[in-house]
Ligand binder design. Sequence first.
Ligand SMILES: C[S@@+](CC[C@H](N)C(=O)[O-])C[C@H]1O[C@@H](n2cnc3c(N)ncnc32)[C@H](O)[C@@H]1O
Length: 534
Amino acid sequence: MAHALSLVVALSTRSPQPPSPSSSRSSSRPSKLGGRNLRSNASDAGRRRGPVSPSHKTQKLNSEVSPHRAVSAVRLMRIELGGAFADLLNERGKGPGENEMGYVERTLGFRTRELDDRDLRLVTDVVGGTIRWRRFLDHLIVSLCHDQSTFRHMEPLLLQILRIGMYEIVKLDMPPYAVVDENVRLAKVALRPGAGNMVNGILRKLVQLKESDALPLPKLEGDDHAQARALATLYSHPVWMVRRWTKYFGREEAIKLMVWNNSEPSYSLRANTGKGVTRADLVKHLDMLEVPYELSLNMEDFVRIKTGMQIIIRAGLLKEGTCAVQDESAGLVVSLLDPQPSDCIIDCCAAPGGKTLYMASCLSGQGMISAIDVNRGRLRILQETAKVHQVDGVITTVHADLRDFAGNNPLKANKVLLDAPCSGLGVLSKRADLRWNKNLEDLEELKELQNELLDAASRLVKPGGVLVYSTCSIDPEENEERVTAFLLRHPEFCIDPADKYVPGEFLTERGFYFSNPVKHSLDGAFAARLLRAL
Ligand SMILES: C[S@@+](CC[C@H](N)C(=O)[O-])C[C@H]1O[C@@H](n2cnc3c(N)ncnc32)[C@H](O)[C@@H]1O
């Protein structure tokens, strides 16, 4: 850590600035992540790494900047820069047990006071919202900078502070001049006075434009591509997603989907019946904790919550296995497989085990699930959670690539679930950063993998048995099209319509299960139930 701090300080190419009020109390200077090409900076700085004075380890508390903004800015950098950020701060990367305030101190050069519940909620809102609205916010920043190159060469921390300020003003409608002042102070203390002046200039211009209803927004005009670009900016999604959804669902549905993806996600909890906890028991806990909930109309073990997750975590309900966080859309995939006591089930891509655990709780201690996954770390999570949920007695984990396993193993089952790796385009409201990490090429590769995994999974199904293929994607090419192609390759399988297993509103014309975020206010998910001939 000490090495890393010197490394970050060495990165600063700016001329020395007068110490800020907070830094003047200590001899150590704040660390600042300057320059956006962190990988090359990291290696340059690595060569310049020198001995570190013990004063760098001093903990400095800054009570002037708002804690939620300081923590949000650092968390946003960690999410956006990923490995490059961790490498910069710590030669050993993202070590376990690293606490967030430690990252804040090493990035900004100071600590803030510990976050209270209100701060934590703000951090969640600000970080999630700033990531979701990134394309939109960057469009505003570029429009309000003198030129494109100012934006392109902006330091990562300065960029995050500007995005936070813009998000708070434009999307959270927070009192604008307080937002300007707070973000200016953060930029001054964490970077330098000049950075504060820049934040001040840009955010004040934004406030004026917003107040006169004259934000520089793109117009929906020109050819299809230009309009897709404008929509992508207005609703803050990648252009390729807008084009794809407009093609498959039409413009109106594509817009509704983007609005859904930009809304605050709600979560579902599943009462862990495997441990004897009923939904009524779970509801009693939630009442005691004063967490508002709605009973699921689709799944009898599930409740939906909009707020209160921190309270639930702190009360230990997840850690002690009273309930699990699981979207109803995922629960309905399990309903489609219809696990019953005494069943032998193969779960082909099982980790981290959301569906395995739910299936195990349906077995009431009788039967067996072979849970296969290629990712050892994620399988370990499954094993540990299964113990906590007290369903480990019916689960055997298998660390393997399904394609090898199916080729070399005599194991066969009457019920086989293939919850395939997918683009995750159905869960963009919960996974705020996912939209920026996917591209069209990923989708093409995934389709190939899905074909291969389907072929492999089909070998594990006994004659007369069931294969459920599922994804958490809304993309027809990962869903219906994969099943159609599979049925052409495997005439020994046919579609078993989903109507006996899931409510009618989730049925597609071809008898598949599909949860549509816009229609059902759940994550997007797809599943097909396929029967193997006797
Ligand atoms: C969508 S996730 C499964 C989620 C899981 N069913 C649940 O409900 O928690 C897909 C999983 O497929 C696994 N996977 C990817 N390729 C695989 C392969 N060739 N063989 C086995 N597992 C694979 C990944 O490691 C990942 O855990």
